[in-house]
Design a protein around this ligand. Structure first.
Ligand code: ZN
Length: 429
């Protein structure tokens, strides 16, 4: 999930470069999974990346192809009132195995984010022996609707409906063309009022999600598989420091109340805080200065702070620690400071038993695996608050994601699917 979307709800179309790919095509024949990834990439694909935002024609076509593909390999397909697509084997009971991810993308996104999780799970399911599949009872891969949330600011929409969250307040959300979410759904034959019918998490006993890392940690460590232990908690703050706008030449330095000088110190100290402790990130991603003139002492400085930690205790302290830094600097610089919370998502620690199973399954395939937390949000962070959940990561070249330059080696895509298949086998053993 692009959390910046919560702040700006804007399409990011700055990346207009033509995607270059140096895949080893022509020498090694691609596996069925990798050919499927290439096929799926054609829906909404263009020179500047793939665009399949929620409820769009491109996403609709991609979903239809996915269902066609599922039927083609002998699996059942269905959709729910939230636009989630399920491909799998129906069964009874409440202990089914759910796999999943999403096939929507950010504007000008890549071909692996989400897509690998859905198609990798489809192929993992095919790889299961019939006896294993039967033991699963119900087993399915979910392609959750609108994980990215770029069109309506409705991140994780499908998985939230699936776990039964009340999404009523999202009905009137408007995209850039003035279309409401309710209208966009109606255009595809879905009624917003019927969303409650999507709640079905209780039919499953666990959830597994394969995903590209979207960061550089695995590549840096030379690891082929990541065993995800947790998803970071996020705290977003809007900060406003206020001093006094004045003449840049006539106001003596020691008499200035320079809001930007305070903001600059805060940026540095927040970075130092996160640099000093493993497991914490801090980011100032937007800054605005008023009145804004080369010969004017800045009177107001507004900036956003995004801090994250996977450890629940560390996350619980972050708000206080950030505010303490801001208040001290404001005091020292003669400024007032106002802090407003923009978003807060608690960290999620994955099910320890299931994480162990993923690790054992990864070790069967490669010794080059490592545990790590996820710094990005995923559908697993929604489903994982209801049923035991774990995730498998495979490396992203250069750590690049949400970009046409997103790339994961075909061998790593296949490896991720195999780890998923082994994990299902162990869960059902
Ligand atoms: Zn994703």
């Amino acid at each position: 999930v692009c959390i910046c979307a919560l702040l700006e709800r804007q399409y990011d179309v700055r990346l207009a470069g033509v995607a270059t790919e140096d895949r080893p095509a022509g020498r090694v024949p691609l596996s069925e999974l990798n050919t499927d990834l290439e096929t799926l990439a054609e829906f909404g694909g263009g020179v500047a990346g793939i665009t399949r935002v929620a409820w769009s024609d491109a996403l609709d076509s991609a979903n239809r192809w996915l269902m066609h593909r599922g039927r083609g390999v002998g699996l059942d397909v269905s959709t729910d009132p939230a636009g989630n697509v399920f491909v799998g084997r129906p069964g009874s009971g409440t202990q089914g195995v759910l796999l999943g991810s999403h096939v929507d993308t950010v504007p000008n996104g890549g071909r692996y984010d989400g897509a690998l999780g859905v198609l990798g799970a489809l192929h993992a399911m095919r790889a299961l022996g019939d006896d294993v599949a039967k033991r699963a009872g119900r087993i399915a891969v979910a392609a959750f609707m609108d994980e990215e949330g770029t069109r309506f600011g409705t991140d994780l929409f499908g998985s939230r409906a699936f776990v039964g969250d009340d999404l009523t307040e999202l009905a009137g959300r408007v995209d850039r063309e003035g279309v409401t979410l309710t209208e966009a759904m109606a255009e595809r034959g879905y009624a917003f009022a019927e969303l409650g019918g999507a709640a079905a998490v209780t039919e499953y006993g666990c959830y597994l999600e394969l995903h590209i890392e979207q960061g550089p940690v695995l590549e840096e460590a030379g690891a082929d598989v990541g065993i995800v232990t947790a998803i970071v908690g996020l705290l977003g703050l809007q900060v406003e420091m206020t001093g006094e706008a004045n003449h840049a030449g006539t106001t003596p330095m020691h008499l200035r109340r320079d809001a930007l000088a305070g903001g600059a110190r805060a940026i540095g100290e927040l970075r130092d805080l996160a640099l000093a402790e493993a497991g914490i990130t801090a980011n100032v991603g937007t800054i605005l200065v008023e009145p804004g003139g080369k010969n004017v002492v800045p009177g107001v400085c507004r900036f956003t702070v995004d801090v994250r930690a996977a450890n629940p205790e560390a996350f619980a302290q972050l708000d206080h620690r950030v505010r303490t830094i801001l208040l001290r600097i404001a005091g020292e610089e003669g400024l007032t400071v106002n802090v407003e919370e923009l978003y807060r998502l608690e960290p999620l620690t994955f099910d320890a038993g299931l994480v162990d199973v993923v690790e054992a399954s990864a070790m069967d395939e490669t010794t080059a695996c490592m545990r790590l937390p996820s710094g990005a949000g995923h559908d697993a962070m929604v489903v994982g608050r209801h049923i035991p959940t774990a995730m498998v990561f495979v490396p992203s070249r250069g750590g690049i994601s949400h970009s046409p330059f997103e790339y994961t080696e075909p061998a790593h895509c296949d490896l991720g699917a195999r780890v998923l298949a082994r994990t299902i086998g162990r869960v059902l053993a």
